[in-house]
Design a protein around this ligand. Structure first.
Ligand SMILES: *Cc1c(COP(=O)(O)O)cnc(C)c1O
Length: 397
């Protein structure tokens, strides 16, 4: 039988990839340190994708999903449905606009950019960016890239922006772009928005843009009793970003960005003739696959599934925190958070469970954390706790 060289290569590569997959799945088995939901469950989607024939073609979501487009090989209609779903979850009290982007960083980039442009338009001045020292590093980098002055406000030991320091730093006569950390990456701390807003009110800062960086927490909070913490109706934020691969477990990095329609309308872009729609987003080409995946998950899993999942993550985080304290191992967990941070264990454990590192002198120095994602179930936590207990016995000997 004659074998074409291409088929041969594909077969060889398949074998190589299978070995590679085994290696990756071995890492996945113990993954505790990162805010990624490893229970993606996208096989059904991929079956459809292959069967439909679309797996052998290219689609592209360039342009605004709400605007009429002449490039119809897109999933814009599903992108709109996903944005609508999130606007509803987030209790948007006014008209909104949104996009599905490449990750939380991309969502924050749109927040900073849209904020900068609308404040510039209103005042002719560039805003000062305020963000906590424990907010995700992307916010600092994005503000830097966009040429904005940043005031990095110290955080308290729990990881929240320090209110007194914010009061001291806030310039009353300058436009302000405040990035609220709704779940910091390491400690899972939520900035005290009510207290910080009170400072803004007292100082009567007139031109202000509020962006919620809710990469992880924005995924599960809307399904819990704490849903008001990300309510647009309540906090009147201008924009918010959520990562799709974190709580929801989309199998590739992506984000949902939603903003007030007024913010979108202020973006003043000249129409780009060949797309016949406005191009306010930063990237031109965007994935058409991601909105299809998101809609697939939201629809096939359903609201009750995510509500239960959110609850299980919080319960498991509570369990882990309690067990660590039983072992007399210094450990902390913030309100409504699925992140438990604690004194850093030995390197062997850090490596085995892919734990991330941080350091805070106020909490005794070296720290590690576990992000209790949907794939982090009791048996895995018990395995980790057993390993830690062994380390403690070893130390006592
Ligand atoms: C993960 C995270 C980000 C970055 O999101 P990516 O999807 O990794 O780009 C931003 N902010 C917070 C709070 C995060 O947890």
């Amino acid at each position: 039988m004659e074998i074409s060289p291409f088929n041969l290569q594909e077969q060889q590569l398949t074998n190589e990839y299978l070995q590679y997959a085994d290696e990756m799945l071995a890492v996945r088995k113990n993954l505790l340190g990162y805010p990624a939901n490893e229970d993606s469950g996208m096989s059904g989607f991929y079956n459809w994708y292959i069967q439909s024939g679309l797996a052998d073609s290219l689609m592209n979501n360039a342009g605004d999903c709400y605007a009429p487009s002449h490039f119809d090989l897109s999933s814009h209609r599903y992108e709109c449905k996903v944005i609508d779903y999130f606007a509803d979850l987030l209790q948007f009290a006014e008209d909104y606009w949104g996009l599905i982007g490449t990750g939380g960083t991309d969502g924050n980039n749109h927040g900073v950019y849209f904020g900068k442009k609308i404040l510039w338009e209103r005042t002719g001045e560039l805003p000062i960016v305020y963000t906590s020292a424990e907010a995700h590093y992307s916010n600092m980098r994005l503000a830097d890239l966009q040429g904005l002055q940043v005031k990095r406000i110290p955080a308290d030991a729990e990881g929240r922006m320090d209110v007194a320091s914010f009061a001291k730093a806030l310039a009353p006569n300058k436009p302000a772009l405040v990035i609220y950390a709704i779940g910091t990456t390491f400690k899972g701390a939520m900035d005290d928005v009510a207290a910080l807003e009170e400072i803004i009110r007292q100082k009567s800062v007139k031109n202000i843009y509020r962006h919620f960086d809710a990469a992880l927490f924005g995924g599960y909070l809307p399904f819990t009793r704490c849903k008001d913490l990300v309510s647009q109706k309540l906090w009147h934020y201008d924009s918010l970003a959520i990562s799709g691969h974190k709580f929801f477990g989309i199998d590739e990095p992506c984000c949902v960005f939603v903003c007030r329609k007024e913010v979108f309308d202020a973006q003043q872009n000249s129409n780009i003739p060949y797309l016949e729609s406005s191009m306010p987003m930063i990237s031109c080409s965007r994935s058409a696959l991601t909105p299809l995946k998101m809609y697939w998950l939201l629809k096939t899993k359903g609201w009750y599934y995510y509500a239960r999942l959110a609850l299980v993550c919080i319960k498991n985080a509570e369990y882990l925190h309690k067990e660590l304290l039983k072992l007399k191992w210094p450990a902390w967990r913030n309100n409504a958070s699925n992140i438990v941070y604690f004194k850093r264990p030995a390197e062997e454990i850090m490596h085995k469970y892919s734990l991330a590192k941080d350091c805070d002198k106020r909490l005794g120095g070296n720290l590690a954390h576990i992000v209790v994602m949907p794939h982090v179930k009791q048996p895995l936590l018990e395995r980790f706790l057993k390993d830690l207990a062994k380390e403690i016995v070893g130390q006592e000997r």
